[in-house]
Ligand binder design. Structure first.
Ligand code: PLP
Length: 361
């Protein structure tokens, strides 16, 4: 049987890396739906196609609520535009110092909100070291000042799973959202790796979002196996008023929207998104275990999602890189980050771990 796209070479398995889960291509289910949108002839543009309608409906079913759904090209746009819709220019957003919105979006949230400031929570608690906000840190920032010379706190932003590969429990999200509610803050969730968090927690996706007090979720698809595209999910529909205009003005309205939305159907079909996330998480655990007791490797915290953090000497890092492996060292200021994806194979993990062991010997 012929496939409409080239099959991967059968002899040498394609090279894999541990830099980011966005190094991986699209998962077969997403690719199948992508081709479905390709081969079905002409379709209305700008999101009026049947797949966009269908996947919006599927997301409402998944979250068991009548949420409002939008699609954008990437996570920076999803976060920036979602935060802009929650803030006036004189407002501020509480997040961690390692939050992607703070360190990796080139000021996008500030730019699209016309100046809303990000307030980073300091603190040396165990949670802070794991990349998480705490209720105390939020309370401290909200109550620090209440004069008009200070940007008024308006939003708490949580990353789930966090930039350090940890996961907020349902109780932790609830506790932060409870403070947010008391202090009249909205709750935003950067869910670039939301699937990995749900896979770890084993909870219903509604339990760590709207049922816990989250107002808007940026639900990542790209790192979970899409070619491109994130969903912005508003659980409080009053907050999404005119959001479509923001998306268009920001250059984020795909005219051929079906190529973003149809692959989303592939992720949601048969809970492929969860299977992809479970696999990536399992590969991270496999790598973490393979590095157990290796002299010269200091594993940092245990992975709760799909990332492993470890410290190696500069010489060892150079030797691993000389073997052709790619991984990041700048994430959250500490150590190497080894990220697994939906397609990371056990063989790649084992080969990578073996090269690390050898580089440290
Ligand atoms: C990858 C990522 C994003 C999205 O990044 P883009 O490159 O803009 O798609 C957002 N938040 C976190 C925590 C991420 O890791």
């Amino acid at each position: 049987m012929s496939t409409p796209y080239p099959a991967p070479a059968e002899t040498t398995p394609p090279r894999q890396h541990f830099a980011s889960d966005n190094y991986a291509g699209m998962c077969p289910n997403a690719a199948r739906w992508f081709m479905e949108a390709q081969t079905s002839g002409h379709e209305p543009a700008y999101g009026d196609d049947r797949w966009t309608q269908q996947v919006s409906e599927s997301l409402r079913e998944l979250f068991q609520t009548d949420c409002d759904v939008y699609f954008v090209f990437n996570g920076t746009a999803a976060n920036s535009l979602a935060l802009a819709s929650l803030c006036q220019s004189y407002h501020s957003v509480i997040c961690t110092p390692v939050a992607h919105i703070e360190t990796d979006e080139c000021g996008g949230p500030e730019f699209f909100s016309n100046g809303s400031k990000l307030l980073t929570a300091e603190g040396e608690s165990a949670s802070a070291r794991l990349g998480k906000l705490t209720p105390d840190a939020v309370e401290t920032l909200v109550t620090k000042r209440n004069d008009l010379h200070y940007p008024k706190p308006k939003v708490v932003s949580l990353t789930q799973a966090t930039e350090l590969g940890t996961v907020y429990s349902v109780e932790e999200v609830r506790a932060i959202a409870a403070i947010a509610k008391r202090r009249h803050l909205k709750v935003h969730m950067d869910g670039a790796r939301f699937a990995n968090a749900v896979a770890t927690l084993g909870c219903h996706p509604s339990d760590i979002t709207w049922r816990a007090g989250v107002d808007v979720l940026c639900f990542g698809g790209t790192k979970n196996g899409l070619p491109i595209g994130e969903a912005v999910v508003f659980f409080d529909r009053t907050l999404s008023e005119d959001f479509a205009y923001r998306v268009k003005q920001a250059g984020q309205l795909a005219s051929k929207m079906r190529f973003i939305s149809a692959p989303w159907l592939g992720l949601l079909e048969n809970d492929t998104w969860l299977a992809n996330a479970r696999h990536a998480n399992a590969m991270a655990l496999r790598l973490y275990r393979a590095l157990d007791g290796v002299a010269g490797v200091e594993r940092l915290h245990a992975p709760q999602a799909n990332a492993v953090f470890a410290r190696l000497s500069p010489a060892a890092i150079a030797r691993v890189q000389a073997k052709g492996w790619r991984f990041y060292q700048f994430i959250a200021g500490g150590g190497c980050r080894f990220m697994c994806s939906w397609d990371t194979t056990p063989e790649s993990v084992d080969a990578f771990a073996a090269d690390i062991v050898q580089a440290c010997a």
